[in-house]
Design a protein around this ligand. Structure first.
Ligand code: ASP
Ligand code: MG
Length: 306
């Protein structure tokens, strides 16, 4: 209990919350100015991101139906664009990912966190990269303009990044920096940057000609802060979705509505990404561990006080 009280009462708390508020305000303004409409998130669903890495199940039974706590809103983002009049959408979506306690020491994992989840219809990854560059630049601009005293109190020096942010192929970085290229490249960088092409979930679009090339990306914060955003162009063709689910041994019964929509050829052609809010605030405020930017820490493997 004492630990929870002193965590909440940390001297840094007000500075961090003010920087977070400025950053979120800049994101909402940027969305509004660019015609991206906000929709409300859901946190329970029979269908959610399969998250192809080890984690514990988080689901409840409700009147005979199994409902997962959303691991991301990716599938809902895609289907939200089924409406002809809605082309650009975002959610502030809470995600629960009960990952391995080994991740406790990473300093950048929470098993409960919030993403800015963005999705555009009939756009390409180049469009998304340009849009997101502008959004990141706005976050820096607003925080530098509105929070100089907070940054000074936190002893954090930030400098606006040069646009366009640099874009790298993962294969090139791997050649240069080895297996842990994302981490090493992040430590070496001064500005955020893009890495293209990761083998990930079934929903990120794989090139049909050069199988094994994914039209997806991460944004990485510099100075060793690591991953900021993941996303990509999405699969929309039923047979491709099935092929990739099979390749990943996905339980198709857990995607009944999604697959029903794709079978009808209705999955919109979209591109998007999810930006981790706590990770962004950790970077902006220069905190060592992500738990320091949250009021109520949820560190993998650690007991929750409150
Ligand atoms: N589903 C991704 C994630 O949560 C984000 C995205 O692809 O939009 O990491
Ligand atoms: Mg990711």
């Amino acid at each position: 209990m004492q630990e929870a009280i002193s965590h909440i009462r940390s001297e840094k708390r007000k500075y961090i919350l003010r920087v977070q508020s400025a950053a979120l305000k800049s994101i909402h303004d940027y969305m509004y100015e660019n015609g991206v409409v906000q929709a409300m998130p859901i946190i329970l669903s029979p269908e959610t991101d399969p998250l192809n890495h080890p984690h514990f199940d988080a689901s409840v039974e409700y009147y005979g139906q199994k409902l997962h706590i959303t691991k991301s809103m990716i599938l809902h983002k895609q289907l939200s664009l089924l409406n002809d009049g809605v082309d650009k959408i975002y959610f502030m979506s809470p995600n629960v990912r009960l990952e391995d306690g080994k991740l406790r020491e990473s300093g950048r994992h929470l098993f409960e966190f919030t993403q800015v989840d963005i999705e555009f219809k009939e756009k390409t990854k180049e469009d998304f990269i340009k849009f997101t560059d502008g959004m990141i630049a706005e976050v820096y601009r607003r925080v530098l303009k509105d929070c100089p005293d907070d940054l000074a109190a936190l002893d954090r020096k930030l400098a606006a990044p040069k646009l366009p942010l640099k874009v790298y192929e993962s294969a090139d970085l791997q050649r240069q920096y080895g297996e842990h290229f994302e981490k090493v490249a992040s430590e070496a960088a001064k500005d955020p940057f893009w890495i293209l092409n990761y083998k990930r979930e079934f929903y990120d679009r794989e090139d049909k000609k050069t199988r094994g090339y994914y039209h997806n990306y991460d944004v990485v914060w510099p100075q060793g802060y690591g991953e900021a955003l993941s996303g990509g162009e999405r699969e929309w063709e039923h047979k491709e979705i099935l092929r990739k689910m099979n390749e990943r041994n996905t339980d198709m019964k857990a995607f009944e509505t999604y697959l029903g929509v794709s079978e009808q050829g209705l999955i919109p052609r979209t591109v998007g990404g999810g930006l981790g809010i706590e990770r962004m605030v950790r970077f902006l405020t220069g905190q060592k561990h992500i738990k320091d930017v949250t009021l109520f820490p949820r560190v993998p493997g650690e007991r929750i006080a409150f």
